[in-house]
Design a protein around this ligand. Sequence first.
Ligand code: ATP
Length: 273
Amino acid sequence: MAAEGPVAAEERAAGEEPEAAVRIRSLWKRFGEQIAVAGIDLTLPAGRFIGLVGPNGAGKTTTLSMITGLLRPDQGTVEVVGRDVWSDPADVKSRIGVLPEGLRMFERLSGRELLTYTGRLRGLPTAEVDKRAAQLLDVLGLSGSQHKLVVDYSTGMRKKIGLACALLHNPEVLFLDEPFEGVDPVSAQTIRKVLERYTASGATVVFSSHVMELVESLCDWVAVLAAGRIRAQGPLDEVRGDAPSLQAAFLELVGVRGDDAETSLDWLGGGTR
Ligand SMILES: Nc1ncnc2c1ncn2[C@@H]1O[C@H](COP(=O)(O)OP(=O)(O)OP(=O)(O)O)[C@@H](O)[C@H]1O
């Protein structure tokens, strides 16, 4: 475990919990009959690389949307860096960066224009926006395409420009929904390096993913969600426990039913009809 900084040590000495990046209490969300999030309690520590994992339909996107002020909860509270999200969403939004799933962007802008627009919306001075935009485009390998319209960007390029927009105002916490989906290994490595650089300075990354190997190699803290409930949360080593990999621990936690395919699809196999 990393050495504890003086502030954390003081807080502990005073018997106080160090500030969490996210604190969720009894959070619920229903869509008609469908319960997407079923009363979760979750505390995500600050300064960590956090993976939110779960099978399809587990409630990851719904949870992230409620944390980031995009979707109002039916019940429960969400605090980000100690501030109640739904009492003052604008305050919380100024402190966080978000790369949502299926992000819609102003596609008739070039990548560079999109960054300039985002920076000005965030209230950054023009010269600072220009400096940060140039650096982010360079680090993310987008300098050569900065004047291309976003509509003509590939999936990976869209993820990268979305990440650049989310980082431009140097947020305290960064939320990413499936940031590596559809991204080739070279771009994935670039994104990874940028995120590692970001967390090394004490910031928090929370990202959702289905790819356990990725979560295992990147994250030091994991929350497992299934059917709208938290199945496990804690440091990666604790959640993995004695299992040989996070994937194995995950399958056990969410209760796999892989055998069904072997018995019910007995006609599948090519050749005979
Ligand atoms: N706007 C909506 N209207 C109705 N049902 C919804 C809506 N959004 C989500 N759901 C339902 O809520 C449940 C949780 O969905 P959610 O998208 O949060 O899961 P997820 O863990 O992000 O899934 P995936 O990994 O497949 O993206 C699912 O059963 C989904 O069908």
